[in-house]
Design a protein around this ligand. Structure first.
Ligand code: NAD
Length: 350
């Protein structure tokens, strides 16, 4: 069994998560870490890890095959390029770069050096996402026409670099990059229009909430919403097809899929009188005309990320997260920023 070693640049919260939960494949060993903050270096030593004197020292170690770049976002490009140039394969944390120009430069470097560049888009494994994606693929909802994906918190943007534009802060680059990636995985069509509203309520430099509307080629739309100042929440997913509606409440995957039993809409009453007055269109269906099921959520193994990557390095599997996919996500987010600036929907073909 061939052994691989990985070095981590940036030993912050996410790096510890990789160390403790993700680097599990028996073929992979953690060589050590580098960080510019002496306190984080001390912590790494306390965790029994080798600490390199500098990022350069880590990259110069011929025993390191792969590098995880887990620094704040504005260092991703330069560190990934340096690692690729040093002959290492690179796993870059999301967002892979500050913009598509940076990502294209990283992709060019990967091509030139013949090394693999991949991105830790781990939320493709989230149980709620997999449940919705598979429900759509199964045709249970009929033809989808609207997908709503929301993550609403109430604690504001975390302090530190995430509040600063220069460092690539803000919710679009933080959570948007996951949720856009998910809907692009779900709907295998070009995005033809992007409209976004970004809010900077408590953090003036960056967005602490946003609403993003995507229209795909066939007309299906996705609303992606992230909030950090929402004291009540809405369902994690609300997905409408012409033969069913699926609601997934939260990360626990509590869900309901409701479908009509019969093909034709039946109007049982001429007019329904409600507290809000009379209505025909919005009169609820009889429960007998509907069927409801709960979809089973699968198990999640986030450590599979490295197994897939090592399988790819051994020629056994395609790369699970490609830079081209990350480029599409980046282009959608850039269109969202342009939409915010202009107040217009941005027509495109992404
Ligand atoms: P963090 O602030 O906890 O850690 C960043 C670490 O990088 C710090 O220890 C800092 O000292 C170090 N650092 C900064 N500049 C450096 C440099 N030039 N060279 C070496 N070390 C440097 O941040 P975090 O929450 O761990 O986030 C790190 C990255 O991981 C970000 O890109 C973030 O978007 C990403 N992240 C991804 C997920 C996910 O679900 N995939 C979740 C959280 C964070």
């Amino acid at each position: 069994m061939k052994q691989y070693t990985i070095g981590i640049i940036g030993y912050g919260g996410m790096a510890v998560y990789h160390q403790e939960r993700l680097i599990r494949d028996p073929r992979l060993r953690l060589a050590g870490v580098s960080d510019i903050d002496p306190a984080r270096c001390d912590l790494a030593r306390a965790h029994g890890l080798r600490v390199y004197d500098s990022n350069e020292a880590l990259l110069a170690d011929p025993g390191v095959d792969l590098v995880l770049v887990a620094t704040p976002n504005h260092f991703h490009h330069d560190l990934s390029v340096a690692a690729l140039e040093a002959g290492k394969h690179v796993v870059c944390e999301k967002p892979v770069a500050m913009d598509s120009a940076e990502l294209l430069s990283m992709m060019d470097c990967a091509r030139r050096t013949g090394r693999v560049l991949t991105i830790h888009q781990n939320r493709r494994r989230d149980a709620d996402f997999v449940l919705v994606r598979d429900a759509l693929r199964s045709g249970r909802l009929g033809r989808p026409f609207s997908i709503e994906s929301r993550v609403l918190g109430s604690r504001g943007v975390p302090f530190g670099w995430r509040c600063h534009k220069l460092a690539g802060g803000g919710m679009m680059l933080d959570w948007g990059v996951h949720l856009v990636d998910q809907v692009l995985q779900m709907i295998p069509e070009p995005v033809v229009s992007v409209y976004a509203q970004l809010f900077s309520i408590h953090t003036p430099e960056v967005d602490d909430a946003f609403k993003l509307f995507l229209r795909f080629e066939s007309g299906v739309t996705a609303l992606v919403e992230v909030g950090t100042l929402h004291y009540l929440s809405l369902p994690r997913w609300f997905v409408c097809g012409d033969r069913g509606t699926l609601q997934v409440d939260d990360w626990s995957c509590r869900n309901r899929l409701v479908r009509p039993r019969d093909e034709a809409v039946t109007w049982e009453e001429e007019i329904l009188f409600t507290k809000a007055g009379p209505t025909k269109t919005m009169a609820p269906r009889s429960s007998a005309s509907l069927e409801e099921e709960t979809l089973e959520a699968g198990d999640v193994d986030f450590a599979q990320f490295y197994t897939d990557l090592l399988d790819h390095l051994e020629g056994k599997a395609p790369l699970a997260v490609t830079p081209d996919e990350a480029l599409r996500v980046m282009q959608v987010m850039e269109a969202a920023f342009r939409s915010q600036e202009t107040g217009q929907a941005i027509p495109d073909r992404i």
